[in-house]
Design a protein around this ligand. Sequence first.
Ligand SMILES: Nc1ncnc2c1ncn2[C@@H]1O[C@H](COP(=O)(O)OP(=O)(O)OP(=O)(O)O)[C@@H](O)[C@H]1O
Length: 204
Amino acid sequence: MNTVLEVNNLSKTFTLHQQQGVQLHVLDDISFSVNAGECVVLHGQSGAGKSTLLRTLYGNYLPGAGSIRVLHRDSMTELVGTAPRQIMQVRRETMGYVSQFLRVIPRVNCLDVVSEPALLRGWSAEQARARAADLLTRLNIPQRLWSLAPNTFSGGEQQRVNIARGFMVNWPLMLLDEPTASLDEANRQVVLQMIGEARAAGAA
Ligand SMILES: Nc1ncnc2c1ncn2[C@@H]1O[C@H](COP(=O)(O)OP(=O)(O)OP(=O)(O)O)[C@@H](O)[C@H]1O
């Protein structure tokens, strides 16, 4: 089996400079690896550091120590300390991330928000819109909402738009932060199916 993610001795401490310099040791010497097609679930109490780990893997937080290597363009590539340009390339081609909440971009409509990852990969606008429409239909976002900016959508609708965007292209490595948390049972099942399909296609 191909290893697509290898984490070694990863640590992350937050220093709260505006609160007497209090230090929070959130990640402490974490090591694990994930193979293609494997699904790893982070299970832990609220505040344990699950989102922090995902954000650190995605390059949003700089770890205090350790290494994060991903299979990118056929070679294991170190992300810690790498140039932002390289991180952006890895994000574009290799590693997708669905955060807990949609980062709403004012005035950009739903179809364009979902299409963006494919456009960044050079798909035509027609191809991207067709795929986005397909995902939005599967995720039960009514067509009347597609041309509207999602900032006025309900929490569950925003989360489904976020998921559609996250599954727009086939990323070999997907980081999903509570992807079914605010969904009803029917939509939860759709998302689980989409995760299953991505795994069957080799995604980790
Ligand atoms: N940017 C930040 N600055 C300071 N502290 C942070 C920051 N992000 C997270 N923390 C702290 O790190 C700890 C872990 O937070 P995190 O969001 O990773 O938990 P979690 O396991 O995802 O929780 P939940 O299941 O409730 O989403 C918390 O105590 C939180 O206050």
